[in-house]
Design a protein around this ligand. Structure first.
Ligand code: NAD
Length: 483
């Protein structure tokens, strides 16, 4: 009998009242790690009640004291760095180095939250009229919730929780039911921090608990990260219920490779960008667009290197690529490869029916390379979220930009070039929120907002950076005259 993960509210671990649960497997071994309850509306009510009750005291706790908690929290995560990374590997299937990278990025978001005492400051002006002073203050806005995806189970919650609470809000996290264990450990550390009860709360579950949070009258706003169809539902449900919302969605990220690029360096970067985390990154390179002669060079070089990637269990430090999240994901990805083949593309390296010795129950898809992908076909338009890189050919720079801008997604796009004019034109004209120049994964650091345009983002204020301070605070304008 495996254990069932608990919720955390009012400073206590409590059992959900749910009758249904999701099985959480190690996707490499198939071992059942735990069950994740599909929490009910009553569970959500209890968490919101806890967060609401904690708000008044927490908002009046000096911001420097709130930031001090983040200093302690950071030390705790650093002390448990390897343990957290291992938990991420076991429930997600990525490699240890990828998990360490994720935890490092999470720590950077805690670092950012330590700056809240500076970032929350506002402005003012004396004698805006004779004897009248006018100032702006930022105040915490209430109870915030975050609904997060499976692919970065530790990092994505940290994009939101530290800044939200250091701004003086109280918080409820609903992580992905596919990967609840890294967040369980996150909350074990938060529990040890001795924050006032109710400041942070955890509700495990799927869509019903997410919906209950969005419909709850005492929730002020929702941060979401996940697929685009769900991001759209989240945006619509939150706005219908009068809540502020930031909903980061899925992606189809293109990399243009110009004939003047250093092909060897580009291929090295593209390999990491396409196959890192087995392609389960919203910033994963999905399509490499070879411009002119670069196409054939890219195809030859990638074909050699992709087939040589070492696929295996993430806890084995020599592994270069791990599993995908589940057998359902394997089926989805393999069927998309089949569809692409049916559309006339060439499967140069085929990762279907992939096996790793000793891990027969794992959810494996081998690294896959598909060439001759045409516009408007499945590999040019749909997010695969697996280790599949497509190759498209463009006649020239303008053709490459046109291919990229046809996408309904706009999360990230990169160019590899040694020509400053092309780099400048690319930054200027490509409709994507995160642009890389000679960088495969254009991931903004915590003090910059995480870009995203078109179907990759629904909302106004993005996650991270100054946008997050705006999102998690309410501005009040004070106009004073003392006679
Ligand atoms: P998902 O959309 O299936 O689930 C995300 C979250 O939404 C989970 O917590 C899930 O329980 C919840 N959810 C699912 N259906 C819901 C519904 N109908 N109503 C309310 N809540 C619902 O995404 P996933 O498979 O966990 O994650 C992968 C996706 O996330 C990919 O599309 C990836 O590109 C995207 N992603 C985006 C970013 C970004 O910053 N833009 C970052 C990471 C991942």
């Amino acid at each position: 009998m495996s254990r069932t993960v608990k919720n955390y509210l009012d400073g206590e671990w409590v059992e959900s009242g749910a009758s249904d649960a999701f099985a959480v497997h190690d996707p490499a071994t198939g071992e059942l790690l735990a069950n994740c309850p599909d929490s009910t509306r009553e569970d959500v009510d209890a968490a919101v009640k806890s967060a609401k009750a904690a708000f008044d005291e927490w908002r009046s706790t000096p911001v420097l004291v709130r930031a001090q908690y983040m200093h302690h929290f950071k030390v705790m995560v650093e002390d448990n760095f390897e343990k957290v990374s291992q938990i991420v590997v076991r429930e997600h299937g990525k490699t240890m180095d990828e998990a360490r990278g994720e935890v490092r990025r999470g720590v950077e978001s805690i670092d950012f939250a330590m700056s809240v005492p500076v970032l929350m400051r506002s402005d003012g002006l004396e004698d805006i009229s004779s004897g009248i002073d006018e100032t702006t203050v930022r105040q915490p806005a209430g109870v915030f919730a975050a609904i997060t995806p499976f692919n970065f189970p530790f990092m994505v919650p940290l994009w939101f929780l530290p800044t939200a609470i250091t701004c003086g809000n109280t918080f409820i996290l609903k992580p992905s039911p596919q990967t609840p264990l890294a967040t369980e450990y996150l909350f074990e550390m938060l529990d040890e921090l001795d924050l006032p009860e109710g400041v942070v709360n955890l509700v495990n579950g799927g869509a019903p608990s997410a919906t209950a949070l969005m419909e709850h009258p005492d929730v002020t706003g929702v941060s979401f990260v996940g697929s685009s169809p769900v991001a759209k539902i989240i945006y619509e449900t939150c706005t219908r219920n009068g809540k502020r919302v930031q909903a980061q969605g899925g992606a189809k990220n293109y990399i243009a490779v110009m004939p003047d690029a250093d092909i060897e360096a580009s291929v090295k970067n593209i390999l990491g960008a396409a196959y890192g985390c087995a392609g389960q990154r919203c910033l994963a390179a999905a399509v490499a667009v070879g411009v002119g002669d670069a196409y054939d060079q890219l195809k030859d070089e990638l074909a050699k290197q992709v087939a040589a990637l070492k696929v295996g269990y993430g806890l084995d430090e020599t592994t270069q690529m791990g599993t995908v999240i589940s057998d359902a994901a394997v089926n989805r990805i393999e069927s998309m490869i089949g569809q692409s083949e049916g559309e006339g593309a060439e499967v140069v390296v085929d990762g279907r029916d992939f096996q790793v010795d000793g891990y027969e129950n794992g959810s494996w898809v081998g690294p896959t390379l598909i060439a001759d992908v045409q516009r408007n076909t499945v590999m040019a338009t749909e997010e695969v979220f697996g280790p599949v890189l497509s190759l498209m050919q463009a006649d020239d720079f303008e053709d490459a930009v046109d291919i990229i801008n046809q996408s309904r997604y706009g999360n990230a796009a990169s160019i590899f070039t040694s020509n400053g004019k092309h780099a400048r034109e690319f930054k200027y004209s490509v409709n994507a929120g995160n642009i890389g120049v000679n960088i495969g994964v254009a991931a903004p650091s915590a003090s910059f907002p995480f870009g995203g345009q078109k179907d990759s983002f629904f909302g106004d204020l993005h996650g991270q950076g100054m946008d997050s301070i705006e999102f998690y605070t309410e501005r009040k304008i004070v106009i004073e005259r003392w006679v």
